[in-house]
Design a protein around this ligand. Structure first.
Ligand code: SF4
Length: 235
């Protein structure tokens, strides 16, 4: 039965992230930034954002970090801002999501077979975590990766997520370069799939189109031998 991680301030999150806490302040710059955001937006989550979805996924999606008015506000990855629109539509199309939209952390959406996390669990200023912050948070991602079943697909959204996955598995970054649509055989065994991040910038500039994104999910479906519920739409 899929479990939905429901972050709450200071609450530890079980299953795959045993040591993770939404009270984590290991990165002083990010903790200070979040304290400022909480003062300016008292109703925002504005704390580390816990992973969301199935505890025992076939597919783990790794994003970059919470967005200011998305996950940082709602407390659920890719929820409430532009970047989540294409992601949750695609997850629904490929049978992972109960709904095509993720509106808030307490809506009815459930993920089955899929879990979403971020390389960095805290909102970084200007969406740019420092390399030291990516390394500090990699401890959590490493635990999440270690909990995956052999054969799990891992989808990295962008270069930072791709490299965080490699680092989390103790692999050399030079051994596997990032490229949209690339696939990498990793120990575990795990299969890493790369996609450009589904950010507003990438989709507005058509660096990433819905067809390109859906093709990555079709590749994952073929690897997992899941029914390819809907073929990519012609654009
Ligand atoms: S980015 Fe990660 S390690 Fe750094 S404070 Fe946030 S949860 Fe902790």
């Amino acid at each position: 039965m899929p479990r939905t991680a429901r972050p709450a301030s200071g609450a530890a999150v079980a299953a795959g992230t045993a040591a993770f806490s939404t009270a984590c302040t290991r990165c002083p710059r990010l903790a200070g930034h979040l304290a400022e955001v909480r003062r300016e937006y008292p109703d925002y989550h504005a704390r580390p954002v816990a992973p969301f979805g199935d505890d025992s996924p076939q597919l783990l999606i790794v994003g970059l970090a919470p967005g200011m008015h998305g996950a940082n506000r709602s407390g659920r990855p890719f929820t409430g801002d532009y970047a989540g629109i294409l992601l949750y539509q695609t997850l629904h199309r490929y049978g992972y999501g109960s709904h095509a939209e993720s509106l808030s952390a307490d809506d009815a959406l459930r993920l089955s077979g899929c879990r979403i996390t971020n390389a960095v669990k805290c909102l970084p200023p200007e969406n740019k975590p420092l390399p030291a912050e990516v390394r500090e948070c990699n401890d959590y991602l490493s635990k999440e990766l270690a909990a995956l079943k052999p054969g799990t697909a891992v989808l990295a959204l962008g270069t930072v997520a791709h490299q965080a996955v490699l680092r989390g598995l103790g692999l050399r970054l030079a051994a596997h370069g990032f490229a949209h649509g690339a696939q990498h055989d990793l120990p575990g065994p795990l299969k890493l799939f790369d996609s450009y991040h589904c950010s507003r910038y990438n989709t507005n500039t058509r660096r990433l189109t819905p067809t390109m994104f859906e093709q990555v999910f079709a590749d994952i479906a073929a690897y997992l031998r899941r029914p390819n519920l809907q073929r990519p739409r012609p654009v």
